[in-house]
Design a protein around this ligand. Structure first.
Ligand SMILES: Cc1cc2nc3c(=O)[nH]c(=O)nc-3n(C[C@H](O)[C@H](O)[C@H](O)COP(=O)(O)O)c2cc1C
Length: 220
């Protein structure tokens, strides 16, 4: 008999552990945005998926923080309706992790994480030079679900232009052969190129894994 978990009897931390440990592996969108005032930002999101083909779309989800605060990425996209999704491989992981931290507003996460900006062609936010593939996106729609801590906003973007590293492009296949790093549960990642897992401590402000008891309601 399988163990049952009832979200209505679990804390947000327990639900996070349940879902994030089981819905794996998750590719990582390293999202570049800009505020109306021109402040640049970059941050990783593993609640991320291919959305559709015609029109081409993708979707990622910034969830609200512990105090119900919205991520800067979401605020910027609401303001400008533009963003760039950069895919992540093993070479980018340490810098990406730095950009997941919460810092005072004046801190420039581009500078801190050490990535190189390349001007985009169809949107204002820059793309990441070190990324194997980047997608310039225009916002299609934001779908909110809930409004407290842990609630989400599905950011659906239409892909206006893709940039792919030359070694991942062939005449026969178009784009192919990309071996990303994917997010597993806890602090764990899977490196497809090395065919192995590794762990990386999140910056302090990122939601930590929590221990909990399974909800024992199997006799209901
Ligand atoms: C690998 C990785 C994946 C993450 N995925 C998500 C995610 O899907 N949704 C989310 O809200 N936060 C996610 N985070 C945490 C955010 O990156 C973090 O809250 C960051 O501070 C947001 O930055 P911003 O406020 O500048 O947008 C992730 C962190 C890491 C390290």
């Amino acid at each position: 008999m399988s163990a049952r978990f009832d979200p209505q009897q679990m804390s947000p931390g327990q639900i996070y552990d349940l879902l994030a440990n089981l819905i794996v592996p998750r590719p990582i969108a390293f999202v570049s945005t800009m505020s109306n005032a021109g402040a640049r930002n970059v941050a990783p999101f593993s609640y991320f998926m291919l959305g559709g083909i015609a029109p081409p779309s993708l979707c990622f989800s910034p969830v609200r923080g512990r105090n119900g605060e919205r991520k800067e990425t979401l605020v910027n996209i609401e303001e400008t309706r533009e963003f760039v999704v950069n895919l992540v491989d093993r070479n980018m992981v340490e810098g990406m992790n730095v950009a997941a931290g919460e810092y005072p507003g004046e801190v420039d996460k581009w500078e801190l994480s050490g990535f190189t900006e390349v001007e985009s062609e169809r949107v204002r936010p820059a793309r990441v030079l070190e990324s194997p593939a980047s997608f310039e996106c225009r916002l299609h729609q934001i779908v909110s679900h809930g409004d407290g801590p842990g609630s989400t906003a599905y950011v659906i973007g239409e892909v206006l232009l893709a940039h792919v590293r030359p070694d991942l492009v062939s005449a026969a296949q178009g784009a192919g052969g990309f071996l990303p790093v994917a997010r597993l549960g806890g602090q764990d990642y899977f490196d497809l190129a090395a065919c192995g897992t590794f762990s990386l401590q999140c910056p302090p402000a990122v939601m930590p894994p929590q221990t909990y008891e399974a909800v024992d309601n199997s006799d209901e």
